[in-house]
Design a protein around this ligand. Sequence first.
Ligand code: ZN
Length: 281
Amino acid sequence: MKLCFNQATTLENSTLEKDLIYCEKHGYDFIEIRTEDKLPEYIHEHGFDSLASFFENSHLKPLALNALVFFNNLTPSAHGAMLAQFSNMLKQADALKIPYIVAVPLVTTEPITKMEIEKSSVAVLRQLAKMAAPYEIKIALEFVGHPDCTINTFGDAYNIVTKVDCENVGLVFDCFHFHAMGSSYEDLQKADGEKIFIIHIDDTEDYPIGALRDHHRVWPGEGCINLKKQFQLLREIGAIEKPVSVELFRPEYYKMDPEETIKQAKESTKRVMQQMLEGSV
Ligand code: ZN
């Protein structure tokens, strides 16, 4: 298993500089870089070139720029700004040899019909796929298990990606988001594993569907998500070999020393993955 660190896990107690050092020290293979805050902070302080040089000289490699927020059902001016942002992300990803850009669907309390959501999402993702085509960069749509997110189940996300029908557009499979809006195991079982580019591993406290929020996430193996079933199906559809990225947003963990958070995130993920491989969870 290739282990990845998502910077949300140390969002409030670390920097990209520290995350890089500790992830390298503790043997992670990949990191997902936050483009909203951690990357600009780092570039401001150390410059872009020092990041490229870090990755050239380290085992740790960048897996994804995280994230393009939001991409679908935007006003014309917001759509233009999103395209400019994506174009900049493509240049950064290309320079750092980052294979994926994560794209997050619109979160809004305004009601939008499923037909309008699908129409806009498919059109925009095709446009992004075309822009990304000259590069070796793929777009990973991450559905968000929140009632106000326009794409909030695996089934809806997979349907959109299937309709986009571009080799460079696939999905992030986040265990929490799958659980949080009660995504269908049947939909996962029917899916093509090739369309899942990245797996986000996490766990959660036991709140009802629709009431779950990111801050309820806990160390993998310490919550109520049926990780065994999710990973069994991911294995069946051939997605198990994809990098597994630990992504938690828990305020309690933000109070820890960042190195301790990074260490514990690795240990709990490894333990759970080991148990699953041995079939003892
Ligand atoms: Zn995620």
